[in-house]
Every structure is written in structure tokens, then in C-alpha cells.
Design a binder for this molecule. Sequence first.
Ligand SMILES: Nc1ncnc2c1ncn2[C@@H]1O[C@H](COP(=O)(O)OP(=O)(O)O)[C@@H](O)[C@H]1O
Ligand SMILES: [Mg+2]
Length: 239
Amino acid sequence: MLRITLVNTKGGCGKTTLATNLASYFAGQGFRTTLMDYDPQGSSRQWLSLRGEHLPPINGVDAVRQKIGVTRSWQLRAGLDTEVLVVDTPAGVNGSQMIELLRQADVILIPVMPSLVDMQATADFIDHLIRVGKIKSLSKQVGIVANRLRAGSRSQRALEEFLRGYDIPVVARLRDSQNYVNAMEEGQGIHELHPRTAAKDHEQWSPLIDWLNHDAQGVAPILKGSGAMGARIDEAMSC
Ligand SMILES: Nc1ncnc2c1ncn2[C@@H]1O[C@H](COP(=O)(O)OP(=O)(O)O)[C@@H](O)[C@H]1O
Ligand SMILES: [Mg+2]
């Protein structure tokens, strides 16, 4: 099972948006996918409740109700047949909860938006992650997703400058697009929107999928390990 966790103690940076889009992407590729929601606000669960029955199924797990901190592993909570687990987390996770979230993840994705307030909060969060989560010693694959970019804007340049200060790869740069809002309202992911509408967004997701598939050391075997999963991703991306 590949476990991807979206974290950033800053609210509104795109954790739920990335979580729902990753879940729908992997479900669309035929992986048995679970979306686990640690956020009491339940935005991911709400999105899942809007999802039409004609769309590839995603198993939902309400980690809030299941009681945080219980020792059951994510594999047991998600279901033994889950191939891809996407974990959405709330803003302001505290130290012990953070450790649990990090301990069980294979991949950690940190969305960040191009605003001063977000960059400052993210800087504090990354410091915290390195100190509390000891991400280096846990050898987790950590990637940053620059989200809600407006091409050529001063804020985007400031974000790029900010990100250059970190030794963490920027694995995707996603534009600010109404497509994300529309898809969210319909219980869909942007890969389920018509390519005519969302071609640019699909293109911007390719580096993230490639990174998950090839570059995140230790992750590729998980995706490739049980048969043709890696190949299926390759195939999907070449279409
Ligand atoms: N790339 C994007 N383009 C446009 N709107 C976005 C984008 N990413 C997120 N949003 C919107 O920003 C708001 C906050 O995003 P959300 O994913 O809920 O953040 P978080 O889960 O980190 O609090 C939502 O209304 C969402 O639809
Ligand atoms: Mg959220």
C-alpha cells in the first residue's frame, strides 16, 4: 500500500484539494483507493458524499470518529485490500498527532500558496516537521506542491525564491483555477473533467505523478511491487 499524506498546519493551502484529486486520480487508474480524513471539518468526507456512483469508487475512512491515536495501523483501518491510501489532515495538528501522521506515511506532500502569510506559516511548519517529525531520519519522501499560482505574478516569484531556501523538491506547480472549485463541488477530481476544459491542469499534474512513480525512492517499489501498478501509471500519463 502506498500511503500519501497531505500536511501543512496552515489552513486553506490546498490539502483537501490535493487529497481529493489524488484519490480520484488513483481510483481512475484502477487502484483500490481509500481517502482517510483526519479533519473534524470533514471536507474530504463531504466531497466523497457528493461523488456520483458512475465514478470510480473511493473508500472513505473517518479517522476522527475512529479516534486518533489508536494503535491500529492505517492498513487495517483502510482495509487490507487498499492499494493507495490518501490521508487528509486538518490545520493546526499538534505534536503527538503529527508524529502519528508522519510515522505511518510513505510520502508527505506539503501544499503551499504564494502569499506572505502562507509562506511564513509554512516556514514554521517545515521547521517543526524537521524537529518534531525528524523527517530526515525517518527517510520519508517529502515534496512541496506550489498551489494556486498566478503566472508571472510577484507573489509567485516570491514563492519560488522562498522555496529555493529548502532542500525539499517542489514536485508540482499548480495554477489557481476554477476547475478545482468546480470539480470539488461535483465530488470529482480534475482528471475527471473534460480534457478540453482541464488540459492545462492535467499537464501540471504530470510532474507530481512522475515523482510519485519514479523519483520518490522507496515509493516506486510500492507502486510497482504488486504487479502492473507502476506500468498503469506510466501508461495513463503517456495518453
Ligand atoms: N489550485 C486551486 N485553484 C483554485 N482554487 C483552489 C485551488 N486549490 C485550492 N483551492 C480552493 O481553496 C480553498 C482552500 O483549499 P483546501 O483544499 O480546502 O485547503 P485546506 O484543506 O488546506 O484547508 C478551497 O475553496 C479550494 O477550492
Ligand atoms: Mg482541508
